[in-house]
Design a protein around this ligand. Structure first.
Ligand SMILES: NC(=O)c1ccc[n+]([C@@H]2O[C@H](COP(=O)([O-])OP(=O)(O)OC[C@H]3O[C@@H](n4cnc5c(N)ncnc54)[C@H](OP(=O)(O)O)[C@@H]3O)[C@@H](O)[C@H]2O)c1
Length: 256
């Protein structure tokens, strides 16, 4: 039985990942900050694919919640989790030039995008290491960072820093866990059409249209990130360690 926990899967990219995992036969624990119509809809869509979906709402930015969230997912699914996808994330509290960035926005993104990923990964990894693990299942941790993990933006620098930090979470845990047969991946999406990106889509849409900033001339969709993340989470890249995969339509391909 393949069971996955996907943080922030009530909507957006996490929704796309949850459905892509369902296509690969995973039962999915669906998480969001709180229970919502979107979470119920995601669960219905997963179950329509013939696997199980359970609701596990809760704030992943507080490490004190982590063990209880994983316990609840396993109780409701009736078996151990083999895959964790750290997808939940937030943008900065406000767009501001790096010379004006304020500490509250720094704390906001670092707490949700970096600290939460580090400690949920740690809690999940320790549980796996304490158990017998069948060689028939994929044992994976997949972190959704961003092209912002390496491409700087001066009007949301604290977000970029938080995503770069999450990128290093991937590498450090990949180093620690590869000898144990647990793979850790970093998925770095480009501009994906979701509630999070909605406020900047008009600007980015013009840049795509007028300046060809993406080689695939459109925004990405959550299901396209989902397919990349689900391949990683399903262990379809068996000799890869700590790799970053970039569903970005060519946004970051270096060109002349
Ligand atoms: N959209 C893009 O263009 C883009 C590009 C690169 C990377 N990303 C990254 O991809 C991830 C998903 O982004 P998205 O665009 O899908 O965002 P979104 O549409 O805003 O959805 C965010 C999801 O995360 C959940 N969430 C937020 N804070 C949480 C918390 N503290 N605990 C638990 N769940 C929480 C939300 O739950 P509720 O429904 O309960 O609010 C929702 O399910 C983020 O890490 C983001 O940084 C996005």
């Amino acid at each position: 039985m393949k069971n996955a926990f996907v943080t922030g899967s009530s909507r957006g990219i996490g929704h796309g990942i949850a459905l892509a995992l369902a296509d690969k036969g995973f039962n999915v624990a669906v998480n969001g900050l709180s229970e919502s119509d979107a979470m119920a809809d995601t669960c219905t869509a997963i179950e329509a694919k013939g696997v199980r979906a359970v609701k596990v709402p809760g704030d992943v930015s507080n490490p004190e919640n982590h063990a209880a969230l994983l316990d609840r997912a396993e109780d409701l699914l009736g078996g151990p989790l083999c895959a964790l996808v750290n997808n939940a994330g937030v943008g900065p509290l406000r767009k501001a030039d790096i010379l004006e960035t304020e500490a509250d926005s720094w704390d906001h993104v670092m707490e949700k995008n970096a600290k939460a990923v580090f400690f949920l990964t740690q809690t999940f990894a320790n549980r796996l290491l304490a158990r017998e693990r069948s060689a028939d299942l994929p044992w994976t941790i997949t972190n959704i960072t961003s092209v912002s993990a390496f491409a700087s933006s001066i009007d949301k620098a604290e977000y970029c820093v938080s995503k770069a930090a999450a990128g290093m979470v991937t590498k450090a845990f990949a180093q620690r866990l590869a000898p144990e047969g647990i793979q850790v991946f970093d998925i770095q999406p480009g501009i994906i059409e979701t509630d999070l990106s909605r406020p900047v889509l008009e600007t980015y849409g013009k840049m795509i249209e007028d300046h060809g900033i993406t080689l695939v001339p459109r925004f990405g969709q959550p299901d396209e990130v989902g397919k990349a993340a689900a391949a990683a989470a399903n262990g379809e890249m068996p000799y890869c360690v700590g790799q970053a995969i970039r569903p970005d339509g060519g946004l970051t391909l270096q060109r002349l």
